[in-house]
Design a binder for this molecule. Structure first.
Ligand SMILES: [Zn+2]
Length: 133
């Protein structure tokens, strides 16, 4: 069954299609280096308008997690793990995502993870998996 995917807009399409080459990208202010996520037209720190998407390593750290046991959607059989991760380059940039390719109870707070993309419709969803030990 097809899973739901985000609606692409001119403002967010770069983010949702970034994974087509296996790379996670965020908008970043060219003047002060602040990452902007969700996308914004202007930097909230220095008010600069030179904004460009930049590649990041795809590495992140789990800062919160929960295991869902309820069948909210037929395409998402429980149990599965929902996590909040902070990206390595800018810990204030956090993504709500799923951690895959492991058992849900293997994921601990602080666990290092790396991005893996799941294509759904026009979008490449940034999911994460545990870094190999
Ligand atoms: Zn700035």
């Amino acid at each position: 069954m097809e899973r739901p995917y985000p609606r692409l807009t001119p403002e967010n399409a770069f983010f949702w299609t970034s994974g087509s080459d296996g790379t996670l990208r965020f908008l970043r202010c060219a003047s002060c280096g602040h990452f902007l996520h969700p996308p914004l037209p202007r930097c909230p720190i220095c008010l600069g308008s030179k904004i460009a998407s930049v590649a990041v390593s795809g590495r992140a750290k789990v800062v919160a997690r929960t295991i869902n046991h309820h069948a909210w959607h037929a395409a998402f059989p429980p149990p599965y793990l929902i996590a909040l991760v902070e990206i390595a380059e800018a810990p204030y940039v956090r993504l709500t995502t799923r951690i895959i390719n492991c058992e849900p109870d293997e994921v601990e707070i602080g666990a290092p993870v790396r991005v893996v993309f799941e294509r759904q419709g026009p979008a490449w969803l940034p999911l994460f998996e545990l870094e190999p030990k």
